[in-house]
Design a binder for this molecule. Structure first.
Ligand SMILES: C[S@@+](CC[C@H](N)C(=O)[O-])C[C@H]1O[C@@H](n2cnc3c(N)ncnc32)[C@H](O)[C@@H]1O
Length: 487
């Protein structure tokens, strides 16, 4: 698909002028049609565009993948057809690709989404941006960097998010068709100069290092590599494991690698040990979060549905084969989540693996490095240093006391973050008292001594339990703002 640059410029101008933008499409379709589309139901969207006005026509053509009357498009149809983006059929014209406005203000070109009843996906199908793409984009640190790598760029969506934050961007994909469509996305979005390279894994960037590596990889765990967009044919969850293992070789000091991943829950093994083992082998500080877990049947159904294979003659056979294969591996579930590595240069790296399934403040990328800072501080601060540390209770933390009505003492005290990861922690009266007084003025030791005096507790015993605060520091309830030097 060799599309002249001036044609892409004219196309982009036309799309924007017609209101074919995220807001324009959202407004035209409305909530009902948009949520119906998410369920693969087109009828409400067809009704919302039946006037075939310029915007409705573009939505039908590029978003819904429907044939529209050529005369209604306002597009240079002959040129776009010659470039392979449109196909003529009598008086009608149909798009050969999916062209969607994206939340960054740019446009993405991918293959058209398949819907039930459509012909089977081509093996080199280039998937459009979706929920997973948006999840990764929201996870990625907002820290400006010089160099960034997007591994498995697909339609090029992560590059649109990195543009403006990374001075130089390299994007790779094993699928040549993906790079062709990604180049169109970047050109239509005014993101020039992306260094696009073909090849598997880190091969195209052998010997190179970056400040930031991001990847929404082909993480699907399946018995064979049928579709490049979702799986590689690597055994089990080895592809994600290997990405994690090899990433540090491609990170500059202080650099971050952030990926989405799937991992297996296997009988007799704690998934935390499995994923923690991947991260521990890197020598980087790491944070892995399980956002969801599905049982094997749910998982197989999800991906068969994603490829519109429900209702096809091969559906049962594929379902059975996939499920049997997972069973033979002793798989009890599949975890979906985020992995962040940061090359902190420490000889004592720390890895935190946790499950967080509740909604978090978005974008996580706005504070992900603070999360890592909290984890590493809690791990590395010595006990004496901790007692001399100035702590501040994070300003969004609230306290909830739960107990029988009228009771003098609560049965439970919970500290809850109202922002960020929105963690909650059940705490004792000492931690609750600390949360009330930690304002960075006095170090921890005299604060604990004062709390002991007020509560009649043994001060030495309280001071001896200071290490127990590490979890609340790692989880960001308390921030270490400094260490007092005059104690
Ligand atoms: C899930 S798509 C992600 C696309 C896009 N980056 C996003 O965020 O939506 C995964 C991409 O990885 C590519 N891919 C598959 N196998 C690969 C491999 N071995 N090395 C690099 N990329 C690969 C696929 O072609 C596909 O474009």
């Amino acid at each position: 698909m060799d599309v002249p640059a001036d044609l892409l410029t004219r196309l982009r101008d036309h799309l924007a002028e017609t209101g074919y933008t995220i807001d324009g499409v959202r407004e035209r379709l409305g909530d009902v049609a948009a949520t119906a589309l998410a369920r693969e139901e087109l009828v409400p969207a067809i009704r919302a565009t039946r006037d075939l006005d310029p915007l409705g026509t573009l939505i039908r053509l590029w978003w819904l993948g429907l044939a529209v009357p050529e005369g209604r498009t306002g597009l240079p149809v002959a040129e776009l057809a010659a470039a392979g983006l449109l196909e003529r059929d009598g008086d009608e014209v149909r798009a050969t690709v999916h062209l969607q406005p994206w939340e960054t203000g740019g446009y993405l070109v991918s293959d058209r989404k398949v819907r039930p009843g459509d012909p089977a996906l081509r093996p080199d199908h280039v998937v459009g941006a979706g929920g997973a793409s948006a999840n990764l984009a929201q996870l990625v640190t907002r820290r400006p960097v010089e160099t960034a790598l997007d591994l498995g760029t697909g339609c090029g969506v992560q590059v649109l998010h990195l543009a403006g934050r990374a001075e130089r961007i390299t994007a790779t994909d094993v699928n040549p068709r993906a790079l062709r469509l990604a180049r169109l996305s970047w050109a239509l979005s005014g993101v020039p100069d992306v260094d696009a390279r073909l090849g598997p894994g880190f091969e195209p960037v052998t010997g190179e290092r970056f400040d930031l590596v991001v990847s929404n990889p082909p993480f699907v765990i399946s018995p064979r590599g049928r579709f490049t967009y979702r799986e590689t044919g690597a055994a089990g969850d080895d592809f994600c494991r290997d990405l994690v293992r090899h990433a540090p070789r491609h990170l500059n000091p202080g650099g971050c690698c952030q990926i989405l991943a799937n991992w297996l829950h296997v009988k007799g093994e704690d998934w935390r040990d499995r994923v923690g083992g991947w991260l521990a082998a890197t020598g980087c500080d790491g944070w892995a979060v399980q956002r969801d877990v599905q049982d094997p049947a749910e998982y197989v159904e999800l991906w068969l549905r994603d490829a519109a294979e429900q209702g096809t003659p091969a559906y049962r056979e594929r379902y059975d084969e996939w499920l049997g294969w997972l069973e033979s591996l002793g798989v009890t579930g599949i975890g979906f989540g985020w992995i962040t590595l940061r090359d902190g240069g420490s000889l004592d790296p720390v890895v935190r693996v946790e499950e967080l399934t509740t909604p978090v403040e978005q974008p996580v990328g706005g504070y992900v490095e603070e999360v890592l800072d909290a984890i590493t501080t809690a791990h590395r601060i010595g006990t004496d240093e901790l007692l001399d540390a100035l702590l501040v209770t994070r300003p969004d933390v609230v306290e909830e006391r739960v107990g029988p009505p009228g009771a003098e003492d609560p049965a439970r005290i919970v500290l809850r973050q109202t922002r960020g990861l929105r963690r909650r922690a059940e705490v004792g009266t000492v931690e609750a008292a600390l949360a009330g007084v930690c304002d960075g003025e006095l170090p921890l030791r005299p604060l604990l001594a004062a709390i002991a005096e007020l509560t009649g507790a043994d001060p030495d015993a309280l001071i001896g339990r200071a290490d127990e605060l590490r979890t609340l520091i790692a989880e960001g309830f308390f921030q270490v703002t400094g260490v007092a030097t005059d104690h």
